[in-house]
Design a protein around this ligand. Structure first.
Ligand code: GUN
Ligand code: ZN
Length: 436
């Protein structure tokens, strides 16, 4: 059995923080350590106590004075959009039609998909992200590259071959039958292999015919434990066009409801412009609205009312994500900084404990994976991020005046990026330091 002792300041959440002073919602250990055995956390807590449980000759890695947290989780990204980031467009549909669909056509090439997959995982790990839920392209080759690379790195990843059979270039279309057959093949080839989870992935209602939506429904019935991921109510023009395409539906959410696609494992990207009725439907289904702040600002899509959705009588489950490549940063720190600013504009507060909860345990709960990832609890896989709040001269100077943990977290969120990530561990293995 390989064991190691990882020492530093530990921070992990037990539940969502109710306020800035809700110290019962987290565990903080100033001189803490994790004992990692065969990729799992075997003991966690005060360094001296944990060291007592370890063999005398255990390998020790000392990250003091840095913070050790569960690795970040990103609940919505697009693997084939690494070379789309920073494309100049007025709005979502212009951005999709002008740049994004064309770029995704390239993923029919196995070599291209494999090359980008290498960069994709390098970038996740460089930014401290150890789990993500991503869309591949329509091509099965893209899902093969995505899951093969996840297995090489031992990472827990959710992904799916996109289903789309209309309103896009020919090179990016399947058919209802192909979408169904190839999704089944991706499930057979990859689901449950390593730490891979396949998601049924109809891109959004604009790019799937009713017949393909029906095929997605059949898949959801045949594989009820699988994630389903799609987009919902991102932009007013998109909503109008979508509702024209499905005139029998009451609203955008009702389209997915009619095809049986709303459940507790459904991840709905954006979901910005929901009516009260739609929020009620999502709440009752237990589906997750995934907030993508850098993307929503970059594409001018709107201000996601995160806090008000969370505190409704019928609360909506919420997750946070980068939405690469509509999003403009791979960093969950940058992402929560933008989420904070959006709440400011809406007259709400997002405190730093809530932000760091959302990036870790909150997103793990959104994926129903909190027993394996998102915390430093004994028994979890040792997917970790090590953070330095003073990696740049400006942050170092600011740290001189910082006196508390929430202040330090807020600095990390406000000024931090990949430079703040000292190390990223996947199942107890240091990954960042070995990247090119
Ligand atoms: N809606 C449908 N496809 C996409 C996509 O690739 N990115 C974003 N942001 N929204 C979408
Ligand atoms: Zn998206």
């Amino acid at each position: 059995m390989t064991t190691k002792l990882i020492r530093g300041r530990l921070l992990s959440f037990k539940r969502a923080p109710l306020s800035m002073t809700d110290s019962a919602s987290y565990v903080y250990e100033h001189d803490g350590a994790l004992l990692v055995a065969d990729g799992k956390i075997a003991a966690a807590g005060d360094y001296a106590k944990v060291k007592d449980e370890a063999a005398a000759d255990v390998e020790e890695i000392d990250h003091r004075p840095h913070l050790i947290m569960p690795g970040f989780i990103d609940c919505h990204m697009h693997f084939p959009q690494m070379q789309v980031i920073a494309s100049y467009a007025g709005s979502l549909l212009e951005w999709l039609n002008t740049y994004t669909f064309h770029e995704e056509c390239r993923f029919v090439e196995t070599d291209h998909a494999a090359r980008i997959a290498t960069h994709f995982y390098d970038e996740l790990l460089r930014h401290g992200t150890t789990t993500a839920a991503a869309y591949c392209s329509v091509h099965k080759a893209s899902a093969d590259a995505y899951f093969a690379e996840a297995m090489k790195r031992g990472m827990c990843m959710v992904g799916g071959k996109v289903m789309m059979d209309r309103n896009a270039p020919q090179g990016l279309l399947d058919t209802p039958e192909m979408g169904y057959d190839e999704t089944r093949q991706v499930i057979a080839d990859w689901h449950g292999k390593g730490r891979n989870h396949v998601a049924i992935t109809p891109r959004f209602a604009i790019t799937s015919t009713p017949t393909q939506m029906k095929a997605a429904q059949t898949l959801a019935e045949e594989f009820p434990d699988l994630f389903i991921q799609t987009h919902l109510s991102e932009n007013h023009e998109e909503i109008r066009y979508t509702c024209e395409l499905f005139p029998e539906a009451i609203d955008y959410t009702d389209i997915y409801a009619r095809y049986g696609l709303l459940g507790a494992k459904t991840l709905l990207g954006h979901a910005i412009h929901l009516s009260e009725r739609e929020a009620d439907v999502l709440s009752e289904a237990g589906s997750v609205a995934v907030h993508c702040p850098t993307s929503n600002l970059f594409l001018g899509s709107g201000l996601f009312p995160m806090k008000s959705l969370m505190r409704r009588d019928k609360p909506v489950r919420v997750a946070v994500a980068t939405d690469i490549g509509g999003g403009s940063s791979y960093s969950m720190l940058r992402t929560l900084d933008e989420a904070y600013k959006i709440q400011q504009l809406l007259g709400e507060r997002l405190n730093p404990f809530e932000s760091f909860y959302l990036m870790t345990r909150g997103n793990a709960e959104a994926l129903s994976m909190e027993n394996d990832i998102g915390t430093l609890d004994v028994g979890s896989t040792a997917d970790l991020v090590v953070l330095d709040a003073a990696p740049t001269p400006a942050m170092k100077l600011r740290m001189e005046t910082i006196q508390s943990l929430p202040e330090e977290l807020f600095l990390l969120q406000t000024m931090g990026d990949d430079r703040a990530v000292v190390e990223t561990y996947v199942a107890g293995e240091a990954m960042k330091s070995v990247l090119a």
